[in-house]
Design a protein around this ligand. Structure first.
Ligand SMILES: O=C(O)CCC(=O)C(=O)O
Ligand SMILES: [Fe+2]
Length: 199
């Protein structure tokens, strides 16, 4: 029999996945609370010379005095909501690393997406640890090895936690593709540590 937290999905080096880090009820409650209370933004970005709104909503939460050029868009910095501070502290204790920033993504349905990218901005340092907690609809995360183009699919269940660490950003790109038949929304909480900018 499978242990409830066992990882049935074979993952490349630098990725670790835990299915049930939050109960179904807690995940749903947190999903609705954040959906209703976060100040969602839909900034524009330029991809291959075309400027348009990003295909999802987002909210960037961070400690003061952090500059982050995520996807070359200007991010409005929000303060930490109390409801997310305990999760941040629990993850920091588990990782034995600080996490000073959180990019929250809100996929309103299966037509909202995140294109291929690596979280390899200079402000994240050489081997960043990024923790991604999923709430709501199950979505597929695609991982593509940069050298071989081999693609691995990982299902992200509500209440799960994916940790990307080591050389995962150097060696892989990741994306959340369209699932046009999916009507349900999903929120992902992506905790990171952004190096302070020298003044
Ligand atoms: O929504 C996800 O699970 C992926 C989010 C992501 O890749 C990011 O915020 O950089
Ligand atoms: Fe990412």
């Amino acid at each position: 029999m499978q242990r409830p937290n066992a990882n049935p999905q074979q993952l490349p080096n630098g990725f670790s996945y835990q299915r049930m880090t939050l109960s179904a009820q807690k995940s749903l409650n947190l999903f609705y609370h954040l959906q209703q209370n976060l100040p969602w933004q839909q900034p524009s970005t330029t991809v291959y010379g075309r400027t348009g709104p990003i295909p999802r909503l987002q909210c960037f939460i961070s400690d003061n005095e952090i500059e982050y050029g995520y996807s070359h868009s200007k991010l409005i910095i929000e303060p930490w909501p109390v409801i997310l501070l305990a999760m941040r502290e629990r993850l920091e204790r588990h990782l034995k690393q600080p996490l000073n920033s959180l990019l929250v993504n809100y996929y309103r349905d299966g037509c909202d997406t995140m294109g291929w990218h690596s979280d390899d901005e200079i402000e994240l340092g050489p081997k960043p640890t990024i923790v991604c907690v999923s709430l709501g609809a199950e979505r597929v995360l695609k991982l593509k090895h940069k050298a071989t183009n081999k693609v691995t699919d990982l299902k992200l269940h509500s209440g799960s936690t994916l940790i990307m660490h080591g050389d995962s950003q150097r060696d892989y790109q990741h994306a959340i593709p369209k699932q046009t038949t999916l009507a349900h929304p999903r929120i992902s909480l992506t905790f990171r540590y952004i190096l302070p900018t020298p003044s």
